[in-house]
Design a protein around this ligand. Structure first.
Ligand code: C2E
Ligand code: MG
Ligand code: MG
Ligand code: MG
Length: 288
């Protein structure tokens, strides 16, 4: 019986593998059409300045409006896009779209755009950016690119020279998901970032954990010493927000403030902000 059971388990396992492989192939073939069919959209999440409570900028986050699956998040397709190289045309679309939308909105806020390792290796990256800022009349100083240490783990000089070119254009570079990688500290020495984004891992439960507090305050002091700004990611409670500010964090982003919303209803962001201002327990009067 034990033997039979083992065989069943293996059969089930095979079925799961089959299903996963089929799913992956389907994502891949659907994704090939997604761009030309206009199924990709950007959502934007505000980042607030913890001193003033004002919106300092927005991060563009990719969404796939799939006709059958509904709204698909990057976790479900980014790996396929990266492995097939589709991330290059998709990423170029992201850059153009984010800057086009930014150009239509009032205000001098920063726009943050995520870049994957393959994108940073792509030879046209800086040209695409230069052309898009020009076309949409955006000052390159308002644009910040977010990369993870996976980008810097790549061999070859194209990556470093692309980052340098983005810098020369006037764009800023942030280190995303800081702290959860293998050797984040050595990357701080290798490249002079403008900003460190403290991963949600350290934000989650920070109000309950003295260790997390010690880590966050070390990161903010380290960033200060290196002349880099800090943004905390994934802030979900008021207690976290208050504490992060106390620990020296300059900016914060998270569902507490606002979740990522579609750019074509950018108005909802101002509405959300107004609602938060009205609400006595709202986010924008935490300064007192
Ligand atoms: P990321 O750049 O670290 O973005 C932050 C992620 O945290 C986003 O997930 C955001 O929706 C989510 N988030 C924000 N606030 C909260 C919160 O309070 N709680 C929780 N639990 N989550 C929060 P999303 O949009 O699913 O994106 C996941 C990752 O996919 C991003 O992580 C980024 O690495 C990548 N990505 C997103 N858009 C793009 C893009 O246009 N190009 C590239 N290359 N990568 C992208
Ligand atoms: Mg990011
Ligand atoms: Mg992040
Ligand atoms: Mg992340």
């Amino acid at each position: 019986a034990a033997k039979d059971k083992g065989r069943d388990t293996i059969a089930l396992y095979d079925e799961d593998m089959d299903r996963a492989a089929r799913e992956r192939r389907e994502i891949e073939s659907d994704l090939r059409e997604a761009l030309s069919r206009g199924q990709l959209r950007l959502h934007y999440q505000p980042v607030i300045d913890l001193d003033t409570g004002e919106v300092a900028g927005y991060e563009a986050l990719l969404r796939w409006y799939h006709p059958r699956r509904g709204i698909v998040t990057p976790a479900e397709f980014l790996e396929v896009a990266e492995e097939t190289g589709m991330i290059v045309p998709i990423g170029e679309w992201v850059i153009r779209q984010a800057l086009a939308e930014t150009g239509r909105w009032e205000g001098d806020f920063r726009i943050a755009i995520n870049l994957s390792p393959t994108q940073v290796r792509s030879p046209h990256l800086a040209d695409v950016v230069a052309q898009a800022v020009h076309t949409h009349g955006i000052s390159p100083h308002r644009v910040e690119f977010e990369i993870t240490e996976h980008v810097l783990m790549q061999k070859g000089s194209l990556c470093a020279s692309n980052l340098e070119k983005l810098r020369e254009l006037g764009a800023k570079i942030a280190l995303d998901d800081f702290g959860i990688g293998y050797s984040s500290l050595s990357y701080l020495r290798r490249f002079l970032f403008d900003r460190i984004k403290i991963d949600r891992d350290f934000v989650e439960g920070v109000e309950m954990s003295a260790d997390s507090q010690a880590i966050v305050s070390s990161i903010t002091r380290l960033a200060d010493a290196l002349g880099m700004a800090t943004t905390a990611e994934g802030v979900e409670t008021r207690a976290q927000l208050d504490l992060l500010r106390k620990l020296g964090c300059q900016e914060a982003q998270g569902y507490l403030i606002c979740e990522p919303v579609p750019g074509d209803n950018f108005i909802t962001l101002s509405a959300a902000k107004a609602a938060m201002n009205d609400d006595a327990s709202g986010i924008l009067d935490y300064r007192k």
